[in-house]
Design a binder for this molecule. Structure first.
Ligand SMILES: C[S@@+](CC[C@H](N)C(=O)[O-])C[C@H]1O[C@@H](n2cnc3c(N)ncnc32)[C@H](O)[C@@H]1O
Length: 272
């Protein structure tokens, strides 16, 4: 379903005529905040990668299970979610604040459409805090500065980069960006990350990647080893880097997986 432009969705800085990652992802998830160009593009991607919608749903459930673990057993009370996406219930703050109402959450995205919907992200608990920062992940200094208005970096923070690093190229300095962000975090902080796989068994993803490039969006699949490098300085929690449905399915969120291969590496690491 195409979005009815509302609440500024049609505002000048939002180009609705070409597909955009946040809106295509919304289409994959069955949301309502996308435009015909996004739906057409998503349809073409699904023709090349029939797992795209399945993978998006499992990626979202991975976020929920990781957040449950962090707000629960790990006792984390601060969250920095970069590349947060168009709000999709339940959003990260809802999951965290259901467990710990005092949790403080900062969302970051560079898509102005996400800003337009930020109200949906900001309806947190009175006890905690939720904020939205429009910024580009390639500017970690700005993100850290703005996030510090809400988060106390002397205490542990869960940094989420879920299905985002594949939009950061090596020329952007993807690994250096993540390292800079982690460097600002206190010991006991966590990194939650999922990234498009570039491993041999998911080579079929290449055609979809080419389609994204044609659509004006650069996607960078990465091998397991390249993805694991994002966690430098962190100890990966069990079960390590796995497909999203295999990350602690026992936490009871999401459908049990079928045999479909989800071409994403997902993991949670604890900064030492
Ligand atoms: C596939 S969606 C993932 C949304 C959410 N993290 C999730 O996993 O459900 C990717 C999001 O990253 C955002 N994004 C892509 N490149 C970015 C960048 N350079 N800076 C900030 N956000 C970015 C997009 O706007 C989009 O909302």
């Amino acid at each position: 379903m195409a979005a009815a432009p509302s609440d500024g969705e049609g505002s000048a800085d939002i180009d609705t005529g070409r597909p955009h990652p946040a809106r295509v992802y919304d289409w994959f998830l069955g949301g309502a905040h996308h435009f015909p160009a996004d739906a057409e593009f998503g349809t073409r991607i699904v023709a090349l990668d029939p797992t795209a919608k399945y993978g998006a749903r499992h990626n979202r459930w991975f976020m929920q299970r990781a957040t449950r673990h962090l707000a629960g057993a790990a006792g984390v009370r601060q969250f920095l979610d970069i590349g947060s996406g168009i709000p999709t219930e339940p959003n990260l703050h809802r999951v965290a604040q259901d467990i710990a109402p005092e949790a403080r959450v900062v969302y970051v995205d560079h898509d102005p459409l996400v800003r337009v919907h930020a109200a949906g992200l900001l309806s947190g608990t009175g006890a905690g805090a939720t904020a939205f920062v429009e910024a580009d992940a390639r500017d970690p200094e700005l993100i850290l500065e703005r996030a510090a208005e809400v988060l106390d970096f002397a205490r542990p923070v869960a940094l989420s980069l879920i299905a985002v690093t594949h939009f950061l190229t090596d020329e952007d300095g993807a690994h250096a960006i993540v390292a800079r962000l982690l460097d600002a975090l206190a010991p006991g902080s966590h990194l939650v990350l999922s990234q498009l796989s570039g491993d041999e068994e998911t080579a079929w993803v290449g055609e979809a990647v080419d389609r994204y490039t044609t659509g004006g969006v650069t996607l960078v699949p990465r091998t397991r080893a390249q993805t694991e490098r994002f966690f430098t300085g962190c100890a990966l929690l069990a079960p390590g880097l796995v497909q999203p449905p295999d990350w602690r399915p026992g936490l009871g969120v999401g459908e049990v997986r079928d045999g479909t291969l989800v071409p994403l590496h997902a993991g949670v690491g604890r900064k030492e």
